[in-house]
Design a protein around this ligand. Sequence first.
Ligand SMILES: [Zn+2]
Ligand SMILES: [Zn+2]
Ligand SMILES: [Zn+2]
Length: 328
Amino acid sequence: MQRAPRRGLVSCLVCLVFLVMASTGARAQEEGPWLRVLGTAQDGGIPHAACTCRRCEAARTDPARRRLIASLALIVPGEDEHRRVYLVDATPDIRDQLESLRDVRDAPVGRVDRDPVDGVLLTHAHLGHYLGLAFFGFEAVSTTRLPVHCTPAMAEYLRSNGPWDQLVRLENIALHSHRVGEPFDLDGVRITPILVPHRDEYSDTVAYRFEGPERTVLYLPDTEPWRTWEAPLPDPASIFEGVDVAIVDGSFYSPDELPGRAVSAIGHPLMTETMDLLARRVGEGTLEVFFTHLNHSNPALEPDSDALKEIHRRGFHVLEEGQVFPLE
Ligand SMILES: [Zn+2]
Ligand SMILES: [Zn+2]
Ligand SMILES: [Zn+2]
């Protein structure tokens, strides 16, 4: 009989310590908006669907090597401790990614949260970047007028094609279209969609520039190689001007990983080319670069690879899930 209260006291003390630690951590982050990384893989995921390559098999046996599909959350502290949360791309891994945000804001107990995020920003209409939107529909979360921010072309595609048109018709989502190059504001964060060249079968493709009170992050998960950026597109180096952190397309490291395919046929800048493009800024210490959207063929996925060593030697990084980038 005497032990129970003592155990209770101990667990209360443990709880208190955790509460103090949690509130201190929360306060440290509450000062301003921040981005949190929810995924770092190319559209097929890692392990990639139906692949038994060395890296995919390693990811099956070692959960630390799994990677969810590329996505970010923009998190903004609000009044009454209600944080605002925006997804940047809605991936097929959205169930796990929403789960990973449970520490960020309170959810109703014992039922579906019909309001799990405050909005979604979409980069383009490829499977890894928008299929997760379907989970906001009638068959699953069934949100009400969830704001979806995208370009006019992307909005038109969603409005005019099933099953996405049903989300619009049933008002699960509300489309907010923004012209490229024209900034808009989300809770004090200035966001600019930047047009980038890509295989644009169903929509155009954008990168997003997030300008917070102190820091600016560029998110560019998918683009054609830099050499294909021709007028009227800007000189690729210019889109990194004024940027503190760039999270960029790291699909492929080198042409060696795709035997039988010419470099010219690869629709992404190689990591080596991106490091050449941004070497000066990184060397000066005025820009930090993190690679995301890694394809399962990429040798940089292997912890002991020469590719990863070379990336680090040159002062660049591979993005990891859970990483946080303050905008203040
Ligand atoms: Zn992609
Ligand atoms: Zn594979
Ligand atoms: Zn794409």
